[in-house]
Design a protein around this ligand. Structure first.
Ligand SMILES: NC(=O)c1ccc[n+]([C@@H]2O[C@H](COP(=O)([O-])OP(=O)(O)OC[C@H]3O[C@@H](n4cnc5c(N)ncnc54)[C@H](OP(=O)(O)O)[C@@H]3O)[C@@H](O)[C@H]2O)c1
Length: 362
């Protein structure tokens, strides 16, 4: 880190992911927190440290005034505001920074994890904003993100021939305090008589994870005949109480869903999730190894077979919160490289892997 510039950074939003990126920015000697955005009226006017559970005040006070944040002339904004349920607003907010020449890294608008496969309504205005301000935008996370890109690249580097690639998130969301977005989108607590949950309306999971399937196929130079999706609900037999929500008998307590890239009738690239509320849900479905609460797994069938399991843990945080911390890290760790990058939308493949570990040891 010797002689490297200290990057001036604004943190945008302090939710599940944002409070971790904020802590990282405050802590890292190669980054300087110059501003923080808050939307919640209870957060505006408070010190950044308070918003991420740190004792020592930073003197940086949360504001909802985007022009004031732009006027601070940060080199980068870490954008972790909820985006998928308010896409127009999120694109507009990110574009304002990009047009002003300020780079953006983030975790929101997960379609941008594979920007080359993102739909025009999203990609085109952001490309235009990057061009207007000569700035760059990069979005990643753990899933979608790491599990379907970095982990897959690592597993594939170990084989001389691949027959299929399966990416799985097997996670107990029982302790995840995010009913408002994840819980309602996945329909936990709904019944078979209700409408299909928002996340499982036809085409939605393909829109979220299909880009990863296409991207892996592209790297493998493999032509897919089709991309298809599947979804399986599991309804509780007994009441389940957990942080996410309380589920009564007959209500949705686990989901299994996947996007499959198919060649000659066989799924060759699969991105699958198994998400349950506590171990009482869907006992017949696969669990993470070793009694853990969550795993991100890549299985490559080939020469040889490779199985790569990524399991996070933390002395204080539960596994879903640790996942949010890692999601934040995927954005924060790219700040320096993105600040040096040519203007435009950045995908993980553009960034040399070692560039993501700069500034980590302090
Ligand atoms: N790829 C991955 O692995 C991964 C994992 C987790 C999350 N994510 C993505 O990261 C993003 C953040 O996730 P999260 O769990 O941190 O979300 P969250 O806690 O539910 O919300 C993040 C913040 O969004 C802001 N916000 C919410 N509603 C808003 C509104 N109507 N107007 C303005 N701001 C609003 C709030 O900001 P304030 O704090 O300022 O009030 C809130 O704290 C999401 O887009 C999510 O999809 C990706």
């Amino acid at each position: 880190m010797l002689n490297e510039p200290v990057r001036r950074v604004v943190q945008f939003a302090t939710g599940n992911v944002g409070r971790h990126s904020l802590r990282a920015i405050i802590g890292r000697p190669d980054l300087e927190l110059v501003g923080v955005h808050a939307a919640g009226p209870d957060k505006i006017g408070r010190d950044a440290a308070e918003l991420c559970g740190l004792a020592q005040p930073t003197g940086v006070i949360a504001t909802d005034d985007i022009d004031a944040l732009i006027a601070l002339k940060p080199e980068c904004v870490v954008y972790t505001a909820l985006g998928e349920t308010r896409p127009a607003a999120a694109v507009e907010e990110m574009s304002r920074f990009l047009c002003a020449g300020i780079n953006v890294v983030g975790t929101s608008m997960v379609w941008l994890v594979t920007p080359r496969y993102a739909d025009d309504w999203l990609r085109v205005p952001l490309e235009q904003a990057c061009a207007a301000g000569s700035a760059s935008l990069y979005v990643n996370g753990i899933d979608p993100g790491y599990s379907g890109d970095t982990a897959v690249h690592a597993a594939l580097s170990l084989v001389s021939r691949a027959e299929s690639v399966t990416v799985q998130e097997i996670f107990d969301y029982g302790s995840y305090d995010d009913y408002e977005y994840t819980g309602t989108a996945m329909g936990f607590g709904s019944t078979a008589a209700d409408d299909l949950p928002m996340a499982f309306q036809p085409g939605v999971i393909t829109s979220l994870f299909g880009g990863l399937v296409r991207s892996v196929a592209g790297h493998l130079d493999t032509e897919l005949d089709e991309i298809r999706e599947r979804y399986q609900p599991w309804y509780a037999e007994k009441r389940i109480e957990c942080t996410m929500t309380t589920v009564e008998p007959g209500q949705l307590a686990a989901v299994r869903f996947a996007v499959e890239g198919v060649r000659a009738g066989v799924p060759v690239i699969t991105v699958e999730h198994v998400n349950r509320l506590t171990t009482a849900a869907a006992p017949e479905w696969e669990f993470p190894p070793d009694g853990r609460s969550g795993v991100h797994k890549v299985v490559v069938e080939g020469e040889p077979r490779v199985e790569l399991s990524t399991q996070l843990s933390h002395p204080v945080l539960d596994v879903t919160d640790a996942g949010c911390l890692s999601t934040a890290a995927r954005a924060v760790n790219a700040i320096d490289w993105v600040c040096r990058a040519p203007a435009g939308l950045v995908s993980i493949e553009d960034i040399p892997p070692v560039a993501m570990i700069r500034g980590l040891m302090w």
